[in-house]
Design a protein around this ligand. Structure first.
Ligand SMILES: Nc1nc2c(ncn2[C@@H]2O[C@H](COP(=O)(O)OP(=O)(O)OP(=O)(O)O)[C@@H](O)[C@H]2O)c(=O)[nH]1
Ligand SMILES: [Mg+2]
Length: 240
């Protein structure tokens, strides 16, 4: 059987981006299919996806009743993937912050890894384009803080461009994953690291969105601030 990879893309109001994104993703590699997890976007993103899914068997849509957050959208996508025969499951944003042309590098790196992280801060280099300085500093220091508290030796713990080998998602109890915003990325990485999986970071260039609106909020940041302590506690108790 030929290998298959599923790129899971959560969306909320990404009408300006989603069609171009899907087309670009599918062009990168014949093994790739796309699953868009849309939270009933008022701007009609879900309908665009449905139309494309009707025209192309490599495109899939999963619809949820309302905006329920990034983490649970990914979990729904992961479960959907595990019910089918995908070998690799990737995470990616819809807003072109994650350049589809990096996808072949993920598929290459996963051959010798269980989890590949697209890193904006690898080896002390910053590869972020067009973020205001405040946001860059927040993200950079949040990563240092998360690394310090959790002990996970990874340069970019909060990034959302990554590739899981199927067995990693099968072995993490997805119903026990608690975080929903940036902390979701930290928690998944932490759980994979604690299980001893091989994690590889590849450098990616992250570009701020030019179309659509940001869903970044203070609540998402607050969740991450305390969640890392919780992860550390869980590990101390031997729960993860
Ligand atoms: N299904 C779903 N998708 C979401 C939700 N919140 C954000 N997204 C999507 O998740 C991806 C990342 O969200 P962004 O808003 O780009 O978050 P960000 O990259 O931190 O911030 P900006 O790029 O500044 O907007 C995008 O594809 C969003 O459309 C949600 O509650 N549900
Ligand atoms: Mg974004």
């Amino acid at each position: 059987m030929a290998e298959k990879a599923l790129v899971v893309v959560p969306t909320y109001n990404e009408r300006e981006n989603i069609e171009r994104l899907i087309e670009s993703v599918l062009q990168q590699d014949a093994r790739i299919e796309v699953l868009v997890v849309d939270d009933a976007s008022p701007d009609g993103t879900g309908e665009i996806v449905d139309r494309m899914a009707g025209e192309n068997p490599r495109v899939h849509g999963l619809h949820r009743a309302g905006k329920m957050g990034l983490g649970t959208a990914y979990l729904a996508g992961f479960k959907w993937a595990l019910e089918r025969d995908y070998d690799y499951v990737l995470e990616m944003d819809a807003d072109f912050s994650h350049d589809p042309s990096h996808l072949p590098q993920f598929l290459e790196a996963i051959r010798n890894a269980d989890l590949v992280l697209g890193s904006r801060y690898r080896d002390g280099k910053v590869t972020v384009v067009n973020w205001p300085m405040t946001r860059l500093l927040l993200s950079y220091f949040a990563n240092g803080y998360a690394r310090f508290v959790t002990g996970a030796p990874l340069d970019d713990l909060t990034g959302g461009f990554k590739c899981f080998r199927r067995k990693v998602l099968e072995s993490i109890p997805l119903d026990e994953v608690r975080s929903n915003g940036y902390a979701f990325q930290i928690e998944m990485n932490f759980r994979a690291w604690k299980k001893g999986y091989r994690i590889v970071e590849i450098p990616i260039v992250f570009v701020d969105r030019t179309e659509g609106e940001s869903k970044m909020s203070k609540k998402i940041v607050r969740e991450a601030v305390w969640m890392v302590w919780r992860l550390r506690w869980w590990a101390l108790r031997g729960w993860v």
